[in-house]
Design a protein around this ligand. Structure first.
Ligand SMILES: Nc1ncnc2c1ncn2[C@@H]1O[C@H](COP(=O)(O)OP(=O)(O)O)[C@@H](O)[C@H]1O
Ligand SMILES: [Mg+2]
Length: 306
């Protein structure tokens, strides 16, 4: 279960006279989703470029399944799949044609594997349509499918939720978790927004100014992190409380005319729908930050993690 897939050992990067990455050390296990979180400019992309062999290290080492990216480059990089910038694809080819095209450039990728990765990312329906017609979310999926073709042990995604709407983020969350669990892949996913990826991660590493300033096990605090406090300005209040109890088994409290519950963020649309169908008027719904966000807020000492 806790087999190490990738290890960073005191990784440093200096460009010109500027030390951009100041000695990062952490490891990622197979089957684990690791969130690499930090504000813009923290050094996420630079670190990832070194992890995937697109940029040399100034010092330290990256080991993938024990192989050094410096001295055993080929063995190390064979186990990595990644999307660093936008996924590259040919808009005039279908999704499947794109995958076949990339498969031809990699040794040992079978037709079965192509079909397998299509299923993993849930692209069965649009796979015969031209990639140029894909939404951003679908393009991300195709990019991930492409990165998975050669069965890497580590999948690295740099800000995959950028530009996606909440539905797109929810979809990514589902298949990333499935991927880690069923294919036993170690997934490293970066973001400047904790809230967008917190729910798909087992562990989070917080990077600021080229240094890891905290790591946090998300599993250990799952209940506190996925359930958030939600305040609702609704009327009639009493009826809303009854609906919450009957339809969702939630015990609500009231304060200052607001109905307050603790629930998962994903339940909000269902709750609103249910209120509407009971003719309850919804004026406002607000959500407090998760406890993990509060903690990181304190560590970063800025207004937001952005
Ligand atoms: N090629 C480069 N030359 C000089 N500075 C760079 C280069 N690439 C990145 N940087 C600097 O390194 C820091 C980290 O950048 P980056 O890794 O892109 O951060 P992130 O992905 O977390 O937003 C930033 O201050 C950025 O300006
Ligand atoms: Mg970046």
């Amino acid at each position: 279960m806790t087999e190490t897939a990738m290890e960073l050992i005191d990784v440093k990067k200096t460009i010109g006279s500027k030390e951009i990455i100041k000695g990062l050390s952490f490891e990622i296990h197979k089957g684990e989703v690791f969130g690499f979180i930090g504000p813009n400019g923290a050094g996420k992309t630079t670190t990832i470029r070194m992890m995937v062999g697109l940029m040399g290290l100034s010092d330290g080492d990256v080991r993938i399944l024990g192989n050094s990216i410096k001295s055993e480059y080929k063995d190390a990089i064979r186990e990595v799949g990644a999307i660093v910038e936008n996924p590259e694809m040919y808009p005039f080819m279908t999704g499947r044609q794109n995958l076949r095209h990339y498969a031809r450039m990699m040794p040992g990728v079978t037709q079965e594997r192509i079909e397998e990765v299509i299923k993993i990312v849930g692209l069965e329906k649009p796979i015969n349509e031209k990639a140029g017609k894909y939404s951003l979310g679908m393009r991300q999926r195709l990019g991930i499918a492409q990165a998975l073709l050669h069965k890497p042990s580590v999948l690295i995604l740099d800000e995959p939720t950028n530009g996606l709407d909440p539905a797109g983020i929810r979809e990514i969350r589902q298949y990333i978790r499935q991927l880690a669990e069923e294919e036993n892949v170690a997934v490293i996913i970066s973001s400047h927004l904790l809230s967008e990826i917190e729910q798909m991660c087992d562990r989070i590493g917080l990077i600021k100014n080229g240094e890891i300033i905290a790591t946090q096990d998300v599993n250990a605090a799952t209940e506190q992190t996925t359930a958030v406090e939600i305040q609702m300005d609704v009327t009639p209040t009493q009826q809303a409380i009854e609906v919450l109890k009957e339809d969702f088994d939630l015990n609500a409290t009231t304060a200052k005319e607001m109905v307050t519950i603790r629930a998962e963020r994903d339940m909000i649309p269902n709750i609103i729908q249910s209120f509407v169908s009971h003719d309850i008027k919804v004026y406002q719904v607000t959500m407090s930050k998760s406890s993990l966000e509060d903690k990181f807020f304190d560590l970063i000492g800025e207004n937001t993690i952005e």
